[in-house]
Write a protein that binds this ligand. Structure first.
Ligand code: ADA
Length: 533
């Protein structure tokens, strides 16, 4: 199955006026976000992309376009999406062999009153618009294997579950299966089967060994490792691992969400070399390259869907719930082969303190478990002891900002801040004695270059001291299975956010490196503490 990559120079245009769509007044890069161009930032609008494609017959076009997108082929609509970071695969008849026009219109126009909307301008990160990742097209051939998913079942025997999909209209006559480009074995056609990988090596943080499977000419890469929880711990290949790392946004002032792959590689290498082992992919499904890189260098990932701060009203909205279920399904399909992904996440800081949230969380959890019983699930809560959904997933994840928001603690009272972090596991211990607790977010903002000392908010010193304390608490407290510091790098956010007075420069400044990846003192504090582990 050959895929043609359609990246490169496309004709483009950006307009704030819906009546002027589509417009193509200049050229730009795909992948690319048009509002990352100088002078465009923050101007909600429509990003239009156009190019010619030479092909014909039934095809599958695959792309990740945000925040909303509509795709036209020779002027006729062939697909639309409201799921932002989910990869869409549109199957349609491309017509006769020859040259055709492909147009993608994306927008980031948000309606704050629309309950179905996954993204609201009250969210604390900026929704860029454009094509975020590679665009590919392939011919659809009935019976051709189109997807190979591999779920590792046992790291001691190398047993895996293989799930196949093929293009509709016919069944493959038989299957030709090989591992690591070795000997091919013929098998009767089946949508799924278990088998043992010959001469397998286990994937681990220290030795991220990878394997390939080829079925009827389609190759997928995977790793053999298991993940489960036991007595408040996360076990990787049967051994406890404390998850330590960062929340990371796919964001850069010059590229928006369409960050270049070398930048992603640099970010992940920085994090790995610092001694961390974990990234929470906040707050949307991760790009394939990011996960390939994590697989390759040995990092663990929490992949999640977009649902930032949804309200009680949204939780009651049928369409909102359907969109979330749809997103979760796509995420699992998209990321299933990556051994780095150990947690499926959904619903960041949503109204999980109300009872109607329980069946919703249960439903999202069930979708993950049905498609992939081998990984853990979680959602990041800010509801503290008031959360009523904790029993529904595998890990209890808490976002906590004592000493920064609200009146939980005085800003520079390190002992109080640390005591605060101990409240939640202690509170839930009786109800969920074996559940692992993870701090899914904690951090404070510092303006790069501000050195007003450790008792002054916004200073690098204060942030360093804060992060040092939270990290030390998690490393020394057996109640916690891990920490994702908020956040790796400063990232653009909405300036009309209700919290905008706390977002100088239009950035969420809680990065331990700034938006150009220049380390702040907190970065060095983490490095030093991890050296002492
Ligand atoms: C929340 C949220 C993050 C970010 C953070 C902060 O916990 O999940 O996206 O907004 O707070 O900086 O306050």
């Amino acid at each position: 199955m050959e895929k043609t990559i359609l990246d490169g120079v496309w004709r483009c245009g950006y307009t704030r006026d819906a009546a002027k769509v589509p417009c193509f007044d200049h050229a730009y890069a795909v992948p690319g976000c048009l509002d990352a161009e100088p002078g465009m930032f923050g101007r909600q609008g429509y990003a239009c992309f156009k190019r010619d494609v030479v092909i014909g017959g039934m095809v599958e076009l695959s792309l990740v376009a945000g925040l909303h997108s509509v795709v036209y082929w020779d002027g006729a609509e062939v697909g639309r999406s409201v799921l932002g970071w989910s990869r869409e695969e549109y199957v349609f008849d491309a017509g006769s062999e020859g040259r055709h026009e492909l147009v993608v219109v994306c927008d980031n126009v948000l309606d704050p009153t629309d309950n179905k909307e996954l993204a609201l301008p009250t969210a604390d990160f900026y929704f860029y618009t454009g094509i975020f990742d590679h665009v590919t097209i392939r011919r659809v051939v009935p019976g051709q294997v189109s997807r190979v998913a591999v779920l590792p079942l046992n790291e001691k025997t190398g047993e895996v579950l293989v799930k196949l999909e093929w293009d509709k209209g016919a069944k493959p006559k038989e299957l030709e299966v090989s591992f690591d480009y070795g000997k091919t074995r013929k098998m009767a056609t089946a949508a799924e089967f278990t088998t043992k990988v010959p001469r397998f090596k286990v994937w681990s943080l220290e030795h991220p060994n990878l394997h390939t499977i080829t079925v009827n000419g389609v190759t997928a890469r995977f790793g053999i490792r298991t993940v489960r929880t036991s007595k408040r711990q996360v076990l990787l290949n049967g051994k406890p691992v404390k998850l330590i790392g960062y929340n990371r946004h796919e964001s850069h002032p010059e590229f928006g969400a369409a960050t270049p792959e070398a930048l992603i590689a640099n970010d992940l290498l920085m994090i790995k070399r610092q001694g961390c082992n974990f990234i929470r992919g906040s707050h949307y499904t991760q790009r394939e390259f990011m996960l390939d890189m994590a697989d390759e260098i040995g990092l663990l990932v929490w992949d999640e869907t977009l649902a930032w701060g949804c309200s009680e009203e949204q939780i009651a909205d049928k369409s909102y719930k359907e969109r979330n279920c749809d997103q979760v399904e796509r995420m699992v399909r998209q990321s299933i082969n990556h051994p780095s992904v150990i947690i499926w996440g959904f619903l960041n800081e949503c109204a999980t303190q109300v009872k109607p949230a329980v069946p919703f969380v249960r439903r999202l959890n069930k979708i993950c478990k049905k498609l992939d019983p081998t990984r853990l699930t979680s959602y990041a809560s800010k509801m503290g002891t008031g959360d009523v959904c904790h029993g529904e997933t595998d890990i209890c994840a808490l976002n906590m900002y004592p000493g920064w928001y609200g009146d939980t603690c005085e800003p520079d009272c390190w002992d109080d801040i640390r005591k605060f972090l101990r409240i939640f596991p202690a509170f839930f211990r009786e109800k969920y004695p074996d559940m692992p607790y993870l701090i899914s977010e904690s951090g404070v903002a510092a303006i790069s270059g501000c050195h007003d000392g450790e008792f002054v908010r916004w200073s690098e010193e204060y942030q360093a001291k804060y992060v040092q304390n939270v990290l030390d608490e998690v490393l020394t407290n057996d109640d916690y299975c891990g920490l994702a510091i908020w956040q790796f790098c400063d990232a653009k956010t909405y300036v009309w956010n209700p919290r905008h007075t706390q977002r100088p420069r239009g950035f969420n400044n809680k990065g331990v490196v700034n938006e150009y990846r220049i380390p702040k003192m907190a970065w060095n504090a983490v490095t030093e503490r991890l050296k002492k582990r």
